[in-house]
Structure formats: C-alpha cells, structure tokens
Design a protein around this ligand. Structure first.
Ligand SMILES: CC(=O)N[C@H]1[C@@H](OP(=O)(O)O)O[C@H](CO)[C@@H](O)[C@@H]1O
Ligand SMILES: [Mg+2]
Length: 543
C-alpha cells in the first residue's frame, strides 16, 4: 500500500468530526455534503473487494428516492448482487475511521478478509442525475486509484444498468455486452420477440405514460427509444428538465401517498407508471371514470408475473419449483391471492432487496417484489439451461412456444436486481400477450386498506424484531400492546421496525376499511412513541 498516497488523498477528503454513518439497507445515505469522505473510502473498499474476489466490483452513487439534496453510495458484487453482508461491516468501519487510523483499518480489513494488496483491482462506476453525484464519483475514483485499481466510469446510468454491466463483465459476456447498447439491445430484442408471440389483434393499447421522477430513468428511456418500433409508444413525463428530482413525483411518492404524481396529466383508464430516482422501482396506476385513483403496486406486479409464469411452466411440463418472495409490507390480500387462488408458495423475508434476492435464489423460478415496486424474477441456472434446450429441441409446438416465451422472459428480466425499465417491459409484454387492460389487472384482488407511518425516536435501535420483522422483541410491552390494538379491528395486521435508510421507526397497519387502517396505524404509532422513546410532539391522528 502506498501510505504516502493514502495520507495525501484522505486529507483531500476529510471526515467531518463526529459524523457516524452506517452501511444500511441500501448502502450509505445522507445529505450530500456529508459524503465526500465516505465515497472516497468506498472507492478504497471497492478496490479491496475486487482484489479479494478477483473480479470487477460496481460502485453506484445515488440516493434513489431521497430528496435531491441527499446522496448515497452502494457497492455491487461480481454477479450484480448487493455487496455481501460480511463486508457491510468493513464499509461501516472504513467510513467512520479517524483519518490517522485509516491505514490501520485498511490493513485490518486485508487481514480479516484475506485481501492480497498486490492483486489487480477493477471497478465499474455509475451515478444518478443529482447535482452532487458527479463530484462524488470523482472522489470514488481517487479512492480506487490510491489502491492501484483500474476503473471504468459509466457516468450517468440507472442503478440496475450498473448491476447489469458488472454481471456482464464477470461472466465474460455470457450475460450480455457490458455497454449501454448491449443492455438496450438485449432488452428490446427479448421484448419484441415476446410481443411477436401475441395473438391479440393490433388494437392493443401500446401507449404508456411514464413518470420518471425527474431522474435518470428519463434519460435512459429516451436513449432506448430508437431500439423499439414506432408502435411502442412510451410517453415520458417528469424528465428532469423543469422540476426537482423526486419532488412530488416518482414511485415512492405515489406508493406512500397513494395518489398520482404531479406533472403527469392522466385521463380516465389510461395506463401510467412511475419510476423512482435511480430507476430500480416501478409502480403502475390509473384513474377510473369516476375519478378514483387505483394504485397497482409491487405486490400486484408480482401477482401478474406469477400468473403468467405459472401458466407457461404448466405448459412446458417440467418439475420447476416456483415461489414468490415478499416482505411484511406485502398487502395481506396479495399473499392470500397468491397462496389460496394461484396456489404458489409465498415466503416472507426481512425488508431490503438483498434478503428477497437471496431467498428467491433458492427456487428454479423465484419472483420477488417489495410492495414499493422493487423486484424482479430469478431463474436458476438449471431451469435456464433446460428452457433454452427445449426451445432448440422440443418437437411439441405448444411446449416449444411456451419455452420460447420463458426464454425471452429470462432475457427480459434483469437477473441481478429490480429494474424499472426491464420490469416495465415485462409487464407491458404480459398485458399484451394476455390481452389484459390495466383495469382487469387491478381487479385480480382488492388491496386491503393500509397505512404507512413513521415516528421519530431518540434511538431507533431500541426496537428489535423477529419473524421477518413482523414482531417486536423489544422494548418490553410493545408487541403486547400492538397485539391488543390489532384485536380491535377486522382483517387487521400491524408491525413496526426501525428503518434502514432513515432515522425513523416505520409503522404499518392494514384493516378492513381505510378509517380502521388509519386508526390502527395511529394507535400503534402512539404506542411506539410512548414505549420506544419518541422525540418531539406525539403523533397526531391522520386527518
Ligand atoms: C417500507 C419501505 O418501503 N422500505 C424501503 C426502505 O427501507 P427502510 O429500511 O424501510 O428505510 O428503502 C429500502 C431501500 O430502497 C427498500 O428496500 C425498502 O423497501
Ligand atoms: Mg431506487
């Protein structure tokens, strides 16, 4: 290690005194002005990780759906997965080390993780459209170079595009070409081939209005347009030319507020969707003729995809194991529909994509979605090989056609992480193939009314949870109180957990009516406030 260079460069990226940050659910996130030292040090860590696993590592500068003033950084592992949990601790140690301790901490990580510093390092970098992202990604480069690493800066890309690049690079192109053209070509080809198999009349509505949250999704969708024929019409709204990133728009805003984004004029029954700020989440929605807003969230996306895949799997007659992975935030009626009507096994895991992804890998076909619209489908290597073989060799027409659709689905879904662009194409293809309108899709089941709240407490770590975060172990008495409150309502469920991305405790409640869901959420938020050290004024009832 070049100690001199490390000292010199870390002095250029000083750590503000007293600032402690943790590598959370989605890497580091904070106000952008607090992050320069963190991204520099994550450049160091990416180089170390690359040396440790002898592969290219990704590093993405983004704070997703957070306000424009925030930023963040996360690392991408060799096959495009999230950074391995065993390294999250190193990330936190490095980010919080005193400047004069930095070399020592790097050396310790090398010892613990058996990193040979003499090895080569290769890092791919991407960033979102935040004003602070360019400078922060320069600091990432400083970190990589201090440890003698090579880098390729992809500049402005969506988070899932960076995951894709890393996977392509480390599979020597088997997953695709590690360029933006490679990504656009792969997705558009799979989409067009799928659509070709549609037996619907040409009448089908290909128009889709897309709210891009004033973020990177708008740029990348525009770049992708030439890859599609003219009949596929994507209308881009909130493209970042007029308004602020994520302000009153985007997938998170639509999901949390259960209302349409600003900046998108919605006519009755028009199919619309929203991406989040780094385009790894998507939700759909429409307004009916009476003017009512209907949200189609990640749970309903998972349901639509599961219906489609289950039919195809039945046709190819292979013994593939399929399952859906959700979190505690999944609407109770989605879980019921999947289990009881569709008869697909459902698993519940902790919040955070890495948990869902990991669980989904256990199946031949693992569909995973968070209710907020982050998700994808994973196919096991064995299933993929078998499907590709059936496409080439199967004599039975129906079986071969079904295998062909599955093959295109494999190529269309981002196998590394949830991807708004790829998910949108998957959904559009399924709707076209099944001749389904957005209303038909919405009518699969009715969501239970629900409410998501947050409460500020002195230290959110006083809440410890179990059973995939559905029950609180501490503070004492909290779970008993929640149980008693839930008892008061029909079809009710509620749970609380500390957020991994914000300094808040999240409260979720659902019940038979919106009034009851709101009342239950409020009562639970009061319990949290009183039993878990609430800060400021007690929560007010929802008006
Ligand atoms: C209720 C909710 O939507 N939580 C989100 C949010 O995590 P929290 O740990 O709840 O802050 O951000 C994560 C990262 O984007 C996402 O994976 C997760 O689903
Ligand atoms: Mg995101």
């Amino acid at each position: 290690m070049d100690s001199e260079a490390l000292r010199k460069f870390s002095a250029l990226h000083p750590r503000p005194a007293g600032l402690t940050l943790h590598y959370g659910t989605a890497g580091f996130r904070s106000a952008a002005q607090h992050l320069d030292h963190v991204v520099f040090r994550m450049g160091l860590l990416a180089a170390l990780r690359s040396k440790a696993v002898t592969a290219t590592i990704g590093i993405m500068v983004t704070a997703s759906h957070n306000p424009e003033e925030d930023n963040g950084v996360k690392l991408v592992d060799p096959l495009g997965e999230m950074l391995h949990p065993s390294w999250e601790e190193y990330a936190t140690q490095l980010a919080n080390a005193e400047e004069q301790e930095l070399e020592k901490v790097v050396t310790e990580i090398c010892q613990k993780a058996a990193v040979n510093l003499h090895k080569d390092a290769s890092v791919f970098i991407g960033r979102d459209t935040r004003p602070s992202s360019k400078k922060l990604s320069q600091s990432v480069i400083d970190g990589i170079q201090v440890l003698g690493g090579q880098y390729h800066d992809y500049g402005l890309v969506t988070t899932p595009q960076l995951h894709y690049m890393v996977c392509c690079q480390n599979t020597q192109g088997q997953y695709g070409k590690a360029t933006l053209e490679g990504y656009y070509e792969k997705l558009s080809k799979a989409f067009m081939e799928l659509i070709k198999q549609s037996h619907c009349s040409g009448e089908f509505q290909r128009h889709l209005k897309i709210d891009c949250a004033n973020g990177i999704g708008a740029l990348k969708l525009s770049e992708m347009k030439p890859y599609f024929p003219q009949e596929v019409v994507f209308h881009i709204y909130n493209d970042g030319t007029k308004e602020k990133l994520n302000h009153l728009c985007g997938a998170d805003f639509v999901k949390v507020h259960q209302k349409p984004p600003g900046g998108l004029d919605m006519k009755p029954n028009e199919r619309c969707c929203s991406f989040d700020g780094d385009a790894d989440r998507i939700v759909y929605y429409y307004k009916d003729t009476a003017g009512h807003f209907h949200l189609i969230d990640g749970d309903k996306i998972a349901t639509l995809i599961s219906i489609f895949l289950k039919e195809l799997l039945a046709k190819v007659k292979q013994d593939f194991k399929m399952a859906v992975v959700q979190t505690a935030y999944a609407n109770g009626n989605s879980t019921r529909y999947l289990q009881e009507t569709l008869k697909v096994p459902v698993h519940c895991v902790k919040t955070g994509v890495k948990h869902l992804h990991h669980k989904a890998q256990e199946f031949d076909v693992g569909v995973y979605f968070e209710a907020n619209g982050h998700g994808t489908v994973l196919f096991s290597k064995a299933a993929e090989t078998k499907i590709r073989q059936l496409v080439k060799e199967e004599k039975d027409n129906e079986k071969r056609e079904a295998a062909k659709m599955l093959e295109n689905m494999i190529d269309l879904t981002n196998q590394t992480v949830g991807d708004a662009v790829s998910d949108m194409l998957v959904i559009e293809a399924i709707l076209a193939l099944k001749g389904l309108s957005v209303q038909h899709w919405d009518a699969l089941y009715a969501d239970l009314p629900n409410r998501l709240l947050k409460v500020q407490v002195a230290d959110r770590r006083v809440i410890d949870t179990t059973d995939a975060e559905r029950r609180a172990l501490t503070p004492p008495g909290l779970q008993e109180k929640i149980d008693a409150l839930v008892q008061k309502y029909r079809l009710a469920r509620a749970f609380v957990r500390p957020s991994g991305t914000e300094d808040v405790v999240r409260i979720y409640a659902e019940a038979d009516t919106q009034e009851n869901a709101d009342a239950l959420a409020h009562e639970v938020s009061l319990a949290v406030f009183h039993l878990a050290g609430g800060k400021g004024a007690p929560p007010q009832p929802i008006s």
